[in-house]
Design a protein around this ligand. Structure first.
Ligand SMILES: Cc1ncc(COP(=O)(O)O)c(C=O)c1O
Length: 226
């Protein structure tokens, strides 16, 4: 775990504390991101750091470090954890202040990070999903990965209450949008890959990676057909 407020990495959970007057804690003024750890490597870390910095900018949070600085802290935190399979979750917060709505007394923005060990296998046989009745976030908030995940939590709970894995949001025109912590894509019978545009939903690093890999497959297929 890492806290820029404490100024270092700790492997003792009791030492990892967030001040109650942190604007992220009492007003939800924080953003976060999660990257997978596979075989000891952080997957697509640059993309994830770029996304948290975009979210921070939307939330008007001035980060304590730049892209490279955040990346270095995260790599050192994963290294100290010795975790080989799991995820890295990290937050940028407006930081400690005076419990007011305005962050004007929050003079020190914060970076926090946690490594979460997890070797749960992927669901290769598919999962059941339902349509969410929880209202979708407006585009400005859906495209920002802020800590305000109450709709996402309620959507996941709705799925579990109905024996499903996830609830999928529809946008205001009734088109498929996204799940509470995942993007949605379809492969049609004609072998077309269809994915909602990222203008009203979170621009998912996994979805973007799928698009990149799919482009490679299409190119390879065309070469074979030549
Ligand atoms: C609302 C939402 N959509 C999509 C995603 C998928 O994003 P990624 O593939 O970058 O993990 C997430 C990730 O947690 C999410 O919270």
């Amino acid at each position: 775990m890492y806290s820029s407020i404490c100024g270092g990495i700790t492997t003792d959970p009791a030492m990892m504390v967030i001040p109650m007057d942190d604007h992220m804690v009492h007003r939800g003024h924080g953003v976060f991101d999660t990257a997978a750890i596979m075989d000891g490597y952080v997957y697509e870390l640059d993309q994830h750091v770029a996304r948290i910095l975009r979210s921070a900018s939307m939330a008007k949070i001035n980060p304590p470090f730049d892209h490279e600085g955040i990346k270095q802290v995260l790599i050192h935190t994963v290294s100290a954890s010795k975790c080989r399979q799991g995820s890295l979750r990290y937050w940028l917060s407006a930081g400690p202040g005076d419990f007011q709505l305005s962050p004007s007394s929050c003079h020190r923005s914060a970076l926090y990070a946690v490594v979460i060990q997890d070797s749960t296998p992927l669901a290769r046989n598919g999962v059941k999903v339902i349509t969410s009745t929880v209202p979708i976030k407006p585009p400005e908030f859906a495209t920002t990965k802020s800590v305000n995940y109450l709709p996402n939590v309620l959507s996941k709970m709705e799925a579990e209450e109905n024996g499903a894995f996830a609830s999928i949001w529809l946008d205001n025109e009734g088109y498929i949008a996204e799940g509470p912590n995942m993007n949605v894509a379809f492969v049609t019978k004609e072998n077309e890959l269809l994915m909602p545009a990222f203008d009203k939903i979170l621009s998912g690093c996994t979805a973007k990676r799928v698009l990149t890999l799919a482009e490679g497959l299409v190119r390879a297929r065309r070469l074979m057909e030549l």
